[in-house]
Design a binder for this molecule. Structure first.
Ligand code: FAD
Ligand code: MLT
Ligand code: ZN
Length: 469
């Protein structure tokens, strides 16, 4: 058993008394996740302000045999930032590490500490006349450390890739308390294993990310946005090559929203309104971005081509920044609206894009048979082959969804596996999918992951119980 008073005293000596929280009401915001599905207990919550302080915390915890749970903005959707139920771990919140260390316009990079909010990185890039393209509905709260550790995706992956493709270098506190300075702004570096890739998407199980060098891109001040009414998921997937063909690299966003998902936003988001006169089964949000006004012309060309191909039922083009924001609310408001609408079961799945229509056609009827009245709140990043195949409880019957959850999830995951997909596209594994993810992998793959975990964290104290079963 760890000597709790001695460890608290050591942490207070290292960080100062106000950076070590152990009162239940102070720790509470860090012990439940955004969805409300995961709650844990902790020995203490600490808020280090520097990399050396993070290292001191890890060394003290390791010496005491206490687990360490890294946390950024606590917007993660897989329970990865929440400690387990035994109260034996220390939660390390990076929210005081908020410095933008450097913007380098020649290398086209920005170096930031792990606790910087994603939106602040975007704003710093704009101040420098550049773009940092990662874009998520949670960008006001989520942090760079969390984005790196979950390999976050979002609504501009189609053009710029996921976080993995936007990171050039990392600084990491290792599970034994040593600091690895891999903050290199290099685009080319073939000197052996690319170690930063191990930590990207590791969800805090291999170390604590304290800073990152990120890539910047040319600013794209002109945007052209439209909401398309579609007959089917087939139309959405068929439109992808067509949009790419007409818009080329300007195509930044191609998102799908079902009527059920849109209906929840209209019901629960104040001010949201349906831009069409009639209801449609599916909607696509398309955005082109660039430096010149030809984005508008290209969008018009793309819509004409879509109509000629018989893939478009109707379309609304944003004529002003306000209208653009109003269209984006209909997509980015789904998560929040679904949370208000009752119990939710999230499935962040990815498939070969051409298999998406088959997947939706197969799974819907099976789920409705298993739980009559279940609401299929389907939406997501169709341009990346990634659907948020989320379910909401039958109206007023949260208990029914909770009781049927294992069966419903098994139906979804088996169909994903059968069609060659993956059960986590961008949210990660955390505890939510730890066992399921392993059950769909080969023994060789699971054993390789265990080997990596053991090599870096032999005592299993870094985010214990997450990702690797
Ligand atoms: P946290 O939730 O605090 O942590 C997430 C994981 O990373 C945990 O395992 C934690 O231990 C680990 N971690 C955090 N910081 C560090 C660190 N410094 N070092 C090591 N490990 C660390 N995600 C997407 O990918 N795409 C989306 O479109 C998207 N939309 C969202 C919309 C909403 C409304 C919400 C609430 C969430 C959304 N998310 C999305 C999920 C979430 O915002 C991302 O996973 C985000 O990257 C998490 O960042 P965070 O700082 O909140 O991390
Ligand atoms: C989104 O893209 O809106 C989120 O990643 C999905 C979710 O909250 O399930
Ligand atoms: Zn998403």
């Amino acid at each position: 058993m760890p000597d709790r008073p001695a460890l608290l005293a050591e942490l207070r000596a290292a960080l100062g008394p106000t950076a070590v929280l152990d009162a239940p009401e102070e720790m509470a915001p860090h012990l439940t996740d955004w969805t409300g599905a995961f709650t844990g207990h902790a020995f203490a919550v600490v808020r280090p302000a520097t990399t050396d302080e993070v290292a001191a915390v890890v060394r003290a915890c390791v010496a005491a045999g206490v687990g360490v749970v890294p946390q950024g903005g606590n917007t993660g959707l897989a329970g990865g930032a929440i400690p387990g139920p035994d109260g034996a771990a220390v939660v390390v919140v990076l929210d005081r590490m908020r410095r933008v260390r450097e913007v380098d316009p020649v290398a086209d990079t920005i170096t930031v500490e792990a606790g910087v909010a994603l939106q602040s990185v975007q704003e710093s890039a704009v101040e420098a006349g550049r773009l940092f393209p990662l874009s998520l509905g949670s960008e006001g709260s989520c942090t760079v450390g969390g984005n790196v550790s979950t390999n976050a995706g979002g609504t501009a992956v189609l053009r710029y890739g996921m976080m993995r493709e936007l990171v050039l270098g990392l600084e990491v506190v290792l599970p034994d308390g040593r600091i690895w300075d891999g903050l290199r702004p290099l685009r080319k570096d073939n000197t052996g294993y690319d170690l930063k890739q191990l930590f990207i998407g590791a969800e805090g199980t291999l170390g604590i990310v304290t800073a990152a060098v990120l890539r910047l891109f040319p600013a794209t001040p002109r945007r052209a946005t439209a909401l398309l009414a579609l007959e089917s998921v087939e139309a959405a997937t068929a439109l992808l090559p067509l949009l790419r063909g007409v818009a080329g690299e300007q195509l930044t966003t191609w998102e799908l929203i079902s009527r059920e998902a849109l209906g929840l936003v209209l019901e629960h988001h104040p001010g949201a309104r349906d831009p069409f006169d009639a209801e449609h089964r599916w909607y696509g949000l398309v955005e082109l971005a660039g430096a010149s006004a030809d984005v508008d012309v290209r969008l018009q060309d793309a819509l004409e081509a879509a109509a000629e191909a018989g893939l478009l039922v109707d379309a609304v083009v944003a004529g002003s920044p306000q209208q653009r924001a109003a269209l984006w609310v209909l997509r980015e408001g789904v998560s929040e609206a679904q949370k208000i609408a009752g119990a939710t079961l999230k499935h962040d799945v990815t498939l070969p894009t051409r298999a998406l229509p088959d997947f939706v056609a197969q799974v819907g009827p099976r789920l409705r048979d298993a739980l009559p009245g279940v609401r299929l709140v389907t939406y997501g990043h169709v341009g990346d082959g990634n659907l948020h195949y989320n379910l909401s409880a039958p109206v007023g019957d949260d208990a029914a969804l909770r009781a049927a959850a294992p069966t419903l999830t098994r139906i979804v995951y088996d169909a994903v596996a059968g069609l060659g997909g993956s059960i986590s596209a961008e949210h990660g594994v955390g505890v939510l999918k730890r066992d399921a993810a392993a059950s769909y992998k080969s023994e060789v793959e699971v054993e390789l992951m265990r080997t990596v975990k053991r090599a870096l964290d032999p005592r299993g104290l870094m985010n214990p119980g997450k990702v690797v079963p």
